[in-house]
Each structure stands twice: as C-alpha cells, then as structure tokens.
Design a protein around this ligand. Structure first.
Ligand code: LMR
Length: 334
C-alpha cells in the first residue's frame, strides 16, 4: 500500500481547508408565487444585492412557484433548516401559533398603502416580527403585495352574490369568518393548487391581488373579478434564526443592507405591478372586471364588521388596539 509522507498529508489537509473555506454560504430562498410578481421580483433583487454585497461569499438560490414546498410545508422546511429564507403571506403564521398576524386579514382594516406602512414599517410591525422568535424564526422585513379582489364565475357586487359559493382561502380563522359572513363556504387550500381547483370546480372562486390572479392564470378560469380592496396580502421575509445568528458578523451586516434595499425595491414596485396585472387581465378579454361603487363597498363593510368584533379577541386586544390607533380605523363607524 502506498504511504503518504507527513508533508503530503499536511499539504492535502491545507488545500482541503482552503477549498472548504472558499465555499460560498448558500441561502435557499423558497416562495410560492411566480417570478414576475412583487415578491418574485423582490427575491431576485435580494439575490443580486446580497451576492454583490458579499463579493460572492453568499450564493442565494431562489425557488419560485412552490417548486420546493407548498404553503405550510415551507414553514416547516425553514424551521428544520432545509431552506434558509422565505417570504410567506403573514396570514400563514396563524397555524404556527402566531395568531396576531391574522390581524392583517381583517376586512377593510387598511384604506391605503400609506396606512398599511404605518404598521408594517413602524413599531407595531417590529413587535409582531418578534413574536416569531420563539418558533426559531427571525423576521427581517415586511414586503407588500397589494389589495385583494374577489373572483368567481358570476358577478360579485353585493354580499348576497356570494351565497353558496365555495371560496378558496389561506389557512386563517379570520378569512374563514370573512367568507362565512358573506354567505360563502370557505375552503382552505395551498396556493399551488388553486388554479386546478378553480378549473375543475372543486372551488368556485377565490381572493387575491391581481398580480397573483394574473401570473397563476386564475383569470382564465374565472369569468368575473371584483375590485373590492377588502383586504391585503402582506409578506414577512423570514429566516431560520439559528442559521442567521451563526453567520459571520460582516456577512450578516452585508445581508441586512441588501435586505433593506431589496425591501425598498419590492415595496416601491408592488402597487404598479398590481395595476399592470389587472390591465393584463382586462386585455385578455377572458374576465369581466367590476369595480365596487362607494355604496356597494359600504354594504360589504357592513356585512364584514362582525369579523372585527368576533375575531378581535383571538388576535389579541393589544395588537388590535395598536393598529386601530395607528390607522384611525373604527369598526363601529363606517
Ligand atoms: C395565497 O396563498 O393566496 C398567497 O399567500 C400566495 C402568496 O404568497 O402571495
């Protein structure tokens, strides 16, 4: 058997050590939407900025469209460290036990992006993100998608139009009651399954901002879309806490800078992305788009304020009061 000299062994060990040290740190960033959406573009911007800021020491692999995991599965994957970064809709934190995040699902809570940002970019948002730490998750930022509309194969102008419709929702008690109070039957389902479920009639309708409706081609199987602005899809960019805290300090600082800039980028483009997507749906000629009048909106609000009253206790009075105070929203005054 060939014997290696001490010199050879030491040289080999050194070469191995250098090669190992030069391995980039990998961040797998998984998400469920298409690349040409506010979140999809934000993730790619973070990749570009993070790789540049760390001189290639960090490699970010972005996996869009539920390629790796579906909704709740991706949360488990993050907790066990199979992926390092996600940007789930905050509605998906309820099933994890962080039910305060379901506050974002309350109907008509926010009138505009400016009001939403008072929460997401302010102290209430920061204290919400802290609630994830006990789950092994660090919240880095909030990213916008936008205001939701409703879709189905019938016009949805009044609450009565929802009667008996099976409506797909994310797994949130607040969304469940929202659909019930409209007279519909809520059906929890993973995002990646919605197109097919609409196509085959497993569900009759759904809610989402135009960017998701368009890029998942849901409009192809929904004849009617109502611009109702009755709620928002908001994301939290989250990382595995242990992974993030174990990064060398200089790398972590560079990544935090990249996240700050990617957040500004994502939130700056979100509104226009949704305007453009709605226009593309309109141009397709497959779907009729209806915008609620002020009176119709009032009727929807009236039908939905019970969700605030009944779900408030579950969400937590402290969170709810802080948001009502910051936005000036009063469920008893329409
Ligand atoms: C949904 O499940 O409808 C959304 O949360 C998908 C997303 O990430 O925008």
């Amino acid at each position: 058997m060939k014997r290696f000299s001490v010199f050879t062994v030491v040289t080999m060990a050194f070469a191995f050590g250098v090669a190992y040290a030069q391995q980039p740190i990998n961040i797998k960033f998984s998400h469920v939407v298409a690349e040409n959406t506010p979140k999809g573009k934000g993730a790619l911007k973070f990749k570009e900025l993070a790789e540049k800021a760390t001189g290639g020491k960090v490699k970010v692999e972005v996996y869009p469209n539920s390629q790796l995991y579906k909704d709740q599965e991706e949360m488990e994957a993050l907790q066990i460290g199979a992926v390092q970064m996600l940007a789930p809709s905050v509605s998906k934190f309820g099933p994890l036990g962080a039910k305060e995040f379901e506050v974002f699902d309350l109907p008509y809570l926010f009138d505009s992006e400016v009001e939403l940002h008072k929460i997401t970019q302010g102290p209430v948002g920061q204290s919400l993100l802290k609630k994830l730490e006990s789950k092994g998750i660090l919240g880095l930022a909030f990213w916008d998608n936008g205001f939701k509309g409703m879709s189905a194969n019938r016009p949805l102008k009044t609450p009565a139009d929802f009667k008996g419709l099976k409506m797909r929702i994310q797994s949130s008690k607040v969304l469940e009651q929202q659909m019930r109070d409209l007279g519909a039957i809520p059906q929890v389902m993973a995002f990646s399954e919605v197109y097919q479920a609409l196509q085959t009639g497993v569900v009759n309708g759904t809610e989402n901002p135009p960017s998701n409706l368009y890029t998942q081609k849901m409009y192809e199987v929904q004849k009617n879309v109502t611009v109702s602005d009755h709620g928002v899809i908001e994301y939290a960019v989250i990382v595995n806490k242990k992974f993030w805290e174990g990064l060398p300090a200089d790398i972590r600082t560079a990544l935090e800078g990249a996240m700050k800039d990617a957040t500004k980028y994502a939130n700056d483009i979100a509104k226009q992305e949704n305007i453009d997507a709605l226009e593309l749906v309109r141009k397709s000629g497959k779907t009729e788009i209806y915008v609620l009048t002020a009176d119709e909106k009032r009727a929807w609000k009236k039908a939905l304020m019970g969700v605030h009253r009944e779900q408030g206790g579950r969400i937590g009075k402290e969170t709810l009061d802080a948001i009502y105070k910051a936005t000036g929203f009063d469920p008893n005054k329409l």
